[in-house]
Design a binder for this molecule. Structure first.
Ligand code: KG4
Ligand code: ZN
Length: 344
């Protein structure tokens, strides 16, 4: 099918659009593996004072940014619309209003330039961000850790996703952001808590929920409550707690659970590669702990993480996942709608 959409093109180029949450992003990707441009307009400053993403504010920003991002992505890549083979867009999961801005822009561009439209799952995009670092080898296991998701995904081949475990309550990134509020850290707090954790010690020993349970699911709400209770009780007693040790203790609990369950999943499913992806994959402690543990327990497996700048939301990852969808012949009609709760 890729043969068909790229048949009269000298290069295999996809324009990709991402607008599922608080970044408006447009990229041009060649062969599914080369980034020619990846424009990202972040709205974090606008949401910071609310301590989280305000959906209505996000949609308004996307409307303002999307056309400029599309023009910039083409200009930086030095590409004209007629050079492209397809337009790809995230259609879920995410905020419905935010998704619709990207989808509408993608449809209009596809229609005006007579290009096929490729619908992409945002979480598949996160996994494919790793393909810009290393070729994927199958079967593989992907640990997806973001602000909205924590999942273990088994992949037998390109574009084939089987969720074998997921969080039963909060996502890992969400837990970071919620305890960040209690520590007075600005949203999104994962990066700062990661930095603070490296300056403290695990002195508070928070629980490691479900660590020894015989499944691949996670739970982070108990850890979050335990953290918040400790801080509030100390405040009531007028006791001082060490913020760096709190960050280190929280992070160690998250890492211990993620590492233990991920390694067990790799052993059980007999995979050749481990990918860790999503916003929380930027966590230095997690990257190091997973790589070290994998080397010790499963030395024949390879470890692949996206570059730091590709861990957060961006359109290049959507272009990479779209290339595989195109090869499988998965295209969308112009009636494509947003799917806010899309699963694999
Ligand atoms: O994937 P992403 O950019 O957006 C979603 O699709 O959700 O992930 C954002 C999440 C936020 O919760 C943020 O706090 C977290 O990723 N995050 C981190 C780090 N950098 C970003 N969490 C832990 N450590 C980090 N270094
Ligand atoms: Zn994301």
């Amino acid at each position: 099918m890729t043969q068909t959409i790229f048949k009269d093109k000298s290069r295999k180029l996809i324009l990709a659009i991402e607008s599922s949450c608080d970044e408006t992003s447009v990229a041009v990707v060649e062969d599914g593996t080369i980034i020619l441009s990846n424009i990202i307009a972040s709205q974090i400053k606008s949401h910071e004072r609310f301590g989280g993403v305000v959906p209505e504010v996000a949609s308004r920003h996307h409307v303002e940014q999307i056309i400029g991002c599309m023009e910039d992505a083409l200009a930086v890549a030095e590409i004209n619309p007629e050079d492209l083979g397809a337009v790809a867009v995230t259609y879920g999961p995410g905020l419905v209003g935010a998704l619709l801005i990207g989808i509408t822009a993608a449809k209009a561009f596809a229609w005006a330039n007579q290009l096929p439209l490729i619908p992409v799952n945002h979480m598949a995009g996160h996994i494919y961000a790793s393909r810009f670092s290393n070729e994927m080898t199958f079967p593989l296991m992907a640990l997806l850790v973001s602000g909205g998701h924590t999942e273990l995904v088994y992949m037998k081949e390109h574009g084939d996703y089987q969720v074998i475990g997921e969080t039963r309550d909060d996502a890992a990134g969400e837990a970071y952001d919620k305890i960040g509020r209690v520590l007075g850290v600005t949203y999104p707090s994962g990066k700062i808590i990661d930095e603070m954790a490296h300056q403290g010690k695990d002195n508070y020993h928070f629980p490691r929920a479900m660590i020894n349970e015989n499944n691949f699911d996670f739970s982070f709400s108990g850890l979050k409550s335990s953290f918040i209770n400790l801080v509030h009780n100390a405040e009531q007693r007028g006791e001082e707690l060490n913020a760096f040790d709190l960050a280190a203790s929280f992070q160690q609990s998250v890492i211990d659970v993620l590492v233990k369950k991920t390694i067990r999943a790799c052993e059980t499913y007999d995979v050749t590669q481990l990918i860790v992806a999503g916003g929380v994959a930027a966590n230095k402690g997690l990257r190091l702990a997973l790589e070290t543990e994998l080397k010790q327990t499963l030395p024949d497996m390879t470890f692949s993480v996206p570059q730091l700048k590709l861990c957060g939301d961006n359109a290049a990852m959507i272009g990479a996942a779209a290339f595989i969808e195109a090869e499988k012949g998965h295209f969308a009609p112009l009636e494509l709608n947003a799917k806010p709760s899309l699963i694999f």
